[in-house]
Design a binder for this molecule. Structure first.
Ligand code: RFL
Ligand code: PHB
Length: 393
């Protein structure tokens, strides 16, 4: 097999890149180690920045999102038993975010890929990348149904997530990584009950952080901070609802509608960046290159902005005969990534209970929260980061 760009991974970054490259007339193949159903079964992100929505439109997959997604113009911060609204739209000159699940984004991208008849290999085993150094001709090999396949390509896009093979294939001396692991996780549940409020509630509570999010007017997504060694089996639905209720203000606690969970999982929290993001003819994008704790809702949005830059850079290379875009890819992405890393780390530090911070740490959090909700400068800084920082030309 031969193609221009071999994309490893069929998560949101791989599928969106495939669609954007297709629109630019660039041939590509997507190679994924799991089944399509497995990829669709992972409940993850729920909040899209406006610029992510614009990219989905550009890729021609935004119709259902505009029909079914929920436009949100604010979020609520809950502390000291009361909620305080941050008016995202007023503070950012008219911008908003969209509630539309990662599962739905992935579904729409898979449908579009199928409709265009583009090549996607699911359940590829032992995926390996070869000869991606500058000046080489890259190849990807994998096994499927007992047969070894080889794809010759001009570029490889490593969209294979945090545990993927692409970043791991880069020689150790060519890459530098930065990491912070947080001393807690998030226990999340999905339930077919109406959301407790119209907007998301981010709660700082002495028992730990809680987040009330949603997927639709009938489906809620809720999280509580839990300890790292906690197990899903330790949490009955009852126990989850009781804990969530305790971490909300009295009105929300009273209004909370409970029901059986349809998904329950624990996610650790991590900040991670790999530099650079290009190695000769290999580009890393999305979670393959960086991880943020979910508190700022930035992971999927960063994946989208990486592939936005990468698709434009490759289009310039193939159609405009300029390598400037691919040469500047890493530097441009990383500037936006580090700002999102900073925001996600800050939101995480502001809202969670840290085992070693003590009473002084809790007072500092409370003072900062008080400042944020009473200062236009403070809440504007939160709002402009939450809706998403601008792209560089
Ligand atoms: P993914 O989604 O991990 O997809 C990578 C794909 O690559 C495949 N793969 C391989 N394929 C072939 N060969 C190999 N050797 C391979 N190794 C792996 C995998 O099977 C997979 O299909 O990465 P991608 O595409 O970069 O997308 C990133 C996002 O999924 C991630 O950043 C977000 O989900 C993060 N995130 C959130 N982001 C937001 O923007 N807003 C949110 O509200 C938000 N909430 C969240 C989140 C992540 C969470 N968890 C569980 C980590 C909430 C949670 C709880
Ligand atoms: C979600 O709906 O899953 C979600 C929303 C906001 C976040 C993180 C996760 O900050």
């Amino acid at each position: 097999m031969k193609t221009q760009v071999a994309i490893i991974g069929a998560g949101p970054s791989g599928l969106l890149l495939g669609q954007l490259l297709y629109k630019a007339g660039i041939d590509n193949i997507v190679i994924e180690q799991r089944s399509a159903d497995y990829v669709l079964g992972r409940i993850r992100a729920g909040i899209l920045e406006q610029s992510t929505c614009e990219l989905l439109d550009e890729a021609g997959v935004g119709q259902r999102m505009h029909r079914e997604g929920l436009v949100h113009e604010g979020i609520e911060l809950c502390f000291g038993g009361a909620r305080h609204r941050i008016d995202l739209t007023r503070l950012t000159g008219g911008r908003h975010v969209m509630v539309y699940g990662q599962t739905e984004v992935t579904h729409d991208l898979m449908d579009a890929r199928k409709a265009e008849g583009l090549a996607t290999v699911y359940e590829a085993q032992n995926v390996a990348i070869h000869d991606f150094g500058a000046g080489s001709r890259p190849r990807v090999t994998y096994q499927k149904d007992g047969i070894t396949h080889e794809v010759e390509c001009e570029f490889i896009a490593g969209c294979d997530g945090f545990h993927g093979v692409c970043r791991a294939s880069v020689p150790a001396q060519a890459i530098k990584t930065y990491e912070r692991v947080y001393p807690f996780g998030w226990l999340g549940i999905l339930a077919d009950v109406p959301p407790v409020a119209h907007e998301l509630i981010y709660s700082n509570h002495e028992r730990g952080f809680a987040l009330c999010s949603m997927r639709s007017p009938h489906r809620s997504r809720y999280y509580v901070q839990c300890s790292l060694d906690d197990k899903v089996e330790n949490w009955s639905d009852e126990a989850f609802w009781d804990e969530l209720r305790r971490r909300l203000d009295p009105q929300a606690a009273e209004q909370l509608v409970t029901g059986p969970s349809i998904e329950k999982s624990i996610a650790p929290l991590r900040s991670f960046v790999a530099e650079p993001m290009r190695f000769g003819r290999l580009f890393l994008a999305g979670d393959a290159a960086h991880i943020v704790p979910p508190t700022g809702a930035k992971g999927l949005n960063l994946a989208a902005s990486d592939v936005g830059y990468l698709s434009k850079a490759l289009a310039e290379y193939y159609n405009g005969k300029s390598s400037e875009g691919i040469d500047r890819y890493s530097e441009k992405c990383l500037r936006r990534i580090w700002k999102a890393e900073r925001f996600s780390w800050w939101m995480t530090s502001l809202l969670h209970k840290f085992p070693d911070n003590g009473e002084f740490g809790a007072k500092m959090q409370r003072a900062e929260l008080d400042y944020l909700v009473s200062s236009v400068a403070g809440s504007t800084a939160l709002a402009e980061n939450y809706v998403g920082l601008p792209f560089e030309a």
